[in-house]
Design a protein around this ligand. Structure first.
Ligand SMILES: C[S@@+](CC[C@H](N)C(=O)[O-])C[C@H]1O[C@@H](n2cnc3c(N)ncnc32)[C@H](O)[C@@H]1O
Length: 558
């Protein structure tokens, strides 16, 4: 943080960290050395170097750390400028609150990083004070994330709320006023659980908070507790220390270091911050507690269910990925960890979507192909194998739909539709399938349609409907023929998807008609289909093959 007029900087606001003490002692030693002619120059020089080294560290950390947000900066300023002694004298606070206990810029950023790194969605803070740590962590929470802050002093709520209200992240925070232990009991009673907890309240109770969190499952397995002040002014390791809080923290640190339920590391940041991670239950405790230690308990191959949906290291392609469903599939596969080749007839669109993925840090490539042409299909698979050595996931999504009354459907329209929708999909299955059969592993996901089950109306689309029934039969046949060689083939049948085109004036009556046929009361969004493609592409669906996964808001049931 750059120092603001009238606002003390980090150096003057923190006066009790081990580093600050070292600076103070070095400074005193240097003064004594300088005033004594008998002290050798070399000793004075070394003292100066040690002093420079120690005193420059905090401000360097400040400068090299990302700037805080405007609301955090305002919160900091408001906190350090507030007369806390006066608030105490006027009976607004039960205790005298020292402004130095604010978490502050660097530590706030560290907490924010932890939230990002452990992808926390639910956070508990014990000891909020003026809300700097709470708002820092809330900034890193996703939109639907929540932070519950426990705070003894009701006055702090009115102090901080106006700034929480100014921040777009303030609404994620709810404050529980009262003794933190009472709040913890309430949360445990309600069966609440947290991904991350920040303990920063009365030091004597740290051990009680910690034990209660673990004994009552308030911290999920794999979750972390960040403990502030774990170095407590250095008192935890100075043998002659009599400081009550220092001794409490020393006992606390000892207890944590002996607790087999966790692993921990102490970081010498400011007054010390310990990161404690709750470990999965050990085999020994499983046997003791008569737990059935099988794949269900441990997760297949040790992976919890959401990890089994990950596609890390997988190579995928999606045809028709330049827009609509294909684009949504490509993003979903990439977000789940796969490298994705964006295949489309339109080079510009393929490149634009590949660029979107690159922007999100997903390895991708653009490839132009007309999947009704055998040579294009083979070149597509060859190009992907040349770049990424293999294909694990083939998403054959490209398709066309032309409307005409059946008695007027031309052979040209019929052939064109079948050439893309069925013949093209078959050629893609075959070209990708050959690579997959050779390596004994593959996931093919074809895009069929709800039209494979019902006859969508009132529009007339015979060739499309018939071609999509063909895609389902193609899927069922390949799915059963190839499964014993590690290749699963499934298809997704979307209902009517909401696209910009559908909103044109002339299609309005048609949309009204469709809506009355859909139990879900709305058209499908491309995002409704994303989880399905990830599931079918992942190892979680290994026992599923030849399946037609229908996602149509219930339309085919009416
Ligand atoms: C070190 S400050 C917290 C700083 C804060 N985490 C931040 O980010 O700036 C400690 C806070 O804990 C609160 N506190 C102390 N004892 C408490 C208790 N038993 N229950 C709840 N809050 C408590 C104090 O009122 C004070 O606001």
């Amino acid at each position: 943080m750059s120092s603001m007029p009238g606002v003390p900087n980090q150096k003057s606001r923190v006066s009790d960290t081990p580093l600050e003490f070292i600076v103070e002692y070095l400074s005193k030693a240097k003064d004594i050395a300088d005033s004594n002619v008998n002290v050798p120059e070399e000793l004075k020089n070394n003292l100066q170097k040690a002093l420079d080294m120690a005193s420059g560290l905090d401000s360097y950390l400040e400068r090299m750390t990302s700037q805080e947000s405007e609301p955090l900066s305002e919160l900091y300023k408001k906190t350090v400028c507030h007369d806390w002694d006066q608030a105490y004298k006027e009976g607004k606070t039960k205790f005298r609150l020292p402004k130095e206990c604010i978490t502050g810029h660097v530590e706030g950023q560290v907490l924010k990083m932890f939230v990002h790194m452990c992808k926390a969605k639910r956070i508990l803070e014990i000891g909020m004070f003026s809300g700097y740590g709470a708002l820092s962590m809330a900034e890193a929470l996703p939109e639907d994330g929540t932070l519950i802050a426990c705070e003894l002093e009701a006055y702090l709520m009115e102090f901080v709320q106006p700034i929480f209200d100014k921040s777009p992240h303030g609404k994620k925070i709810s404050v529980k006023i009262g003794s933190a232990m009472d709040s913890l009991k309430e949360l445990a009673e309600a069966g609440d659980q947290f991904d991350m907890v920040f303990i920063d309240a009365d030091k004597g109770n740290y051990i009680n908070y910690y034990k209660f969190l673990l004994d009552n499952n308030l911290l999920r397995v794999g979750g972390v507790i960040c403990v502030d002040n774990s170095l407590y002014k250095g008192r935890v390791y100075l043998q002659d220390s009599k400081d009550e809080n220092g001794l409490a923290l020393r006992d606390f640190n000892e207890s944590v270091s002996k607790d087999p339920r966790v692993e921990q590391v102490m970081i010498p940041l400011r007054d010390g911050i310990t990161i404690v991670r709750r470990l999965p239950p050990s085999l020994a405790t499983c046997t003791m507690n008569r737990v059935t230690n099988d794949d269900v308990f441990r997760g297949l191959r040790g992976k919890p269910i959401l990890d089994r949906l990950r596609l890390d290291g997988k190579v995928a392609y999606v045809t028709g990925a330049g827009q609509g469903i294909g684009r949504a599939f490509a993003h979903a596969l990439g977000e789940a960890g796969a490298k994705v080749a964006i295949v489309d007839m339109d080079q510009g669109k393929a490149e634009a979507v590949a660029e979107e993925l690159t922007h999100k840090g997903i390895p991708s490539m653009a490839f132009t192909a007309d999947i009704s042409k055998p040579e294009d299909v083979q070149k597509m698979v060859d190009a992907i194998v040349a770049k990424w050595a293999t294909v694990h996931i083939a998403c054959n999504n490209a398709g066309i739909n032309m409307n005409s009354a059946s008695e007027e459907t031309s052979l040209e329209e019929w052939d064109k539709t079948f050439n893309v929708n069925l013949r093209g999909t078959f050629m893609c299955c075959q070209a990708a399938g050959r690579v997959m059969l050779k390596q004994g592993y593959g996931k093919i996901i074809n895009t069929a349609s709800m039209a494979s089950l019902i006859v969508p109306h009132p529009q007339k689309q015979l060739a499309y409907n018939a071609s999509k029934v063909g895609v389902v039969k193609l899927t069922q046949t390949l799915g059963t023929e190839w499964i014993d060689r590690g290749v699963r083939v499934n298809c997704i049948s979307p209902g009517i998807v909401d696209t910009p085109l559908i909103h044109s004036e002339c299609l309005k009556p048609l949309v009204q008609r469709w809506l009355s046929d859909i139990p879900a009361g709305r058209l499908a969004h491309v995002t409704d289909l994303q989880a399905a493609v990830v599931y079918l592409a992942s190892d979680a669906s290994d026992y599923m093959t030849g399946h037609n996964l229908v996602i149509e808001g219930g339309q085919s049931l009416w």
